[in-house]
Ligand binder design. Structure first.
Ligand code: HEM
Length: 420
């Protein structure tokens, strides 16, 4: 086994950190050991197969399923995988493809499709997530955030801030009736490991969530309303633009992707800042820094550390490695964000960094549909915190925080007790 084939099948040591330099540097890889210990925002549990830095550009890894996949760790190579038609998403969801998780993705979901089916479905939802449509939500997001912080001096910033903010935003956008929102939150929190529970309980919540989505679609059939849910039901029934399976999978994806990611990202961003109180205070004093800080926080502590899997349609040479047709490839979005060729001193959190280049929302045809919405929520969440709680401080040891399970892929602390 050469260094470039090093397999990372074992988890980092307890309390260990994939960002600490491990042993010698393989030839041809960037030598970028952090000059200070990584913060909890970077260190929280990560998938066991993510190698420590510095990592080879393209490396074979062993997933907990026992499957072997290629992992790409550089920014430029990652973008190539996410953009090139030489890699397929549809082939990656087949039963025979290597997988990182025993739960197979739904083949009817937007994320599982290649062109032209992918473009047909994406066109149906693009408009609702366009910059002007998203910008029109700022007022309501801000009022919700402000209301959540009013008249209090302590809160769990996950359950008392990020969760209700994220739930109300995505539910309003889709048109989930208010009376149905609590049920969504309860089910989604169990399904995604935000509420600590056993794998069996999570699995059963995922089934219930699917049935819940079915009932929302039935409701929208009777009363389509003016929201995205109604528009998708009409696109199915009147125009035949998508079939029943695609409709259900799309609504489920929008609800889940819109909810759990934003919670995790707000939690990670706030934690990263509170671990560097000088940066928090400076940002609270100068709120004009917040839009730039949002990009840096997305780079530094990305809530989704890895891309979905792709399968090579043909033999491809990438970063000096020959990837054979049919083999599976993942991009480490986290490693790409710390590529020293893209961002100088990547281990440093610099909220005044001018251009924080990151792959946090992916790239290419499957680039995150909700990226503008997520950026808006993160910016408003930080602006309102900075305005209402400039003296914000964490009421817990960052090393003792509880986290979502590492295999959950979407990461983040499940609780952030804070006071101001
Ligand atoms: C900070 C928050 C978020 C992050 C970091 C994030 C990250 C990502 C990434 C990395 C991908 C692409 C994965 C790949 O190609 O392998 C993706 C796709 C997607 N995201 Fe997000 N996401 C976030 C928030 C949201 C929100 C708020 C929504 C709203 C519904 C959303 C909806 C989607 C959808 C529908 C896709 C699939 C797009 C497609 O396949 O064409 N995401 N997201």
């Amino acid at each position: 086994m050469t260094t470039h084939e090093a397999e990372t099948s074992s988890p980092p040591p307890p309390g260990g950190c994939p960002w600490q330099a491990a042993g010698s540097t393989p030839p041809g890889t960037p030598a970028a050991a952090p000059d200070h210990p990584a913060t909890a925002a970077q260190r929280g549990p990560l998938p066991s197969y993510l190698p420590r830095r510095p990592a080879p550009d393209v490396v074979r890894v062993l997933a907990p399923t026992g499957d072997r996949l290629w992992l790409v760790t550089r920014f430029g190579l990652g973008r190539e995988v996410l953009t090139s038609t030489r890699f397929s998403r549809a082939m990656a969801v087949g039963e025979s493809a290597a997988a990182i998780h025993p739960m197979r993705p739904d083949p009817a979901a937007l994320t599982s499709l290649d062109p032209p089916a992918h473009g047909r479905l994406r066109k149906l939802v693009n408009r609702a997530f366009a910059p002007d449509a998203v910008a029109s939500l700022e007022g309501v997001i801000r009022r919700t955030a402000r209301g959540l912080l009013a008249d209090r001096h302590t809160a769990d910033l996950v359950s008392g801030y990020a969760e209700p903010l994220s739930a109300s935003t995505i539910c309003q956008m889709l048109g989930v009736p208010e009376a149905e929102q609590d049920r969504f939150v309860r089910l989604a929190n169990r399904a995604h490991g935000i509420t600590p529970c056993s794998p069996e309980e999570s699995e059963s919540a995922r089934h219930e969530l699917r049935a819940y989505v079915g009932s929302l679609v039935e409701l929208a059939r009777r009363e389509p309303g003016q929201h995205l849910l109604g528009a998708l039901v009409l696109a199915h029934e009147q125009e035949g633009a998508l079939d029943e399976k695609e409709l259900l999978a799309l609504v489920e994806l929008l609800l889940n992707a819109g909810y759990e990611t934003t919670i995790g990202q707000i939690g990670l961003a706030v934690l990263a800042l509170l671990e560097r109180p000088d940066q928090w205070r400076e940002m609270a004093r100068r709120p004009e820094l917040i839009p730039g800080a949002v990009e840096e926080l997305l780079r530094y502590a990305p809530v989704v550390p890895i891309s979905f899997t792709r399968v090579a349609r043909q033999d491809v040479v990438l970063g000096g490695q020959r990837i054979r047709a049919g083999e599976s490839v993942l991009v480490s979005l986290l490693h790409a964000n710390f590529d020293p060729e893209e961002n100088a001193s990547p281990e440093d959190l610099r909220t005044d960094r001018r251009t924080a280049r990151n792959l946090t929302f992916g790239h290419g045809p499957h680039v995150c549909l909700g990226a503008q919405l997520a950026r808006l929520q993160l910016r408003v969440a930080l602006e309102e915190l900075a305005d209402s709680c400039p003296d914000l401080a964490l009421d817990a040891d960052p090393g003792a925080l509880r986290w979502r399970p590492p295999e959950a892929i979407v990461r983040g602390p499940t609780s952030l007790p804070a006071s101001w």
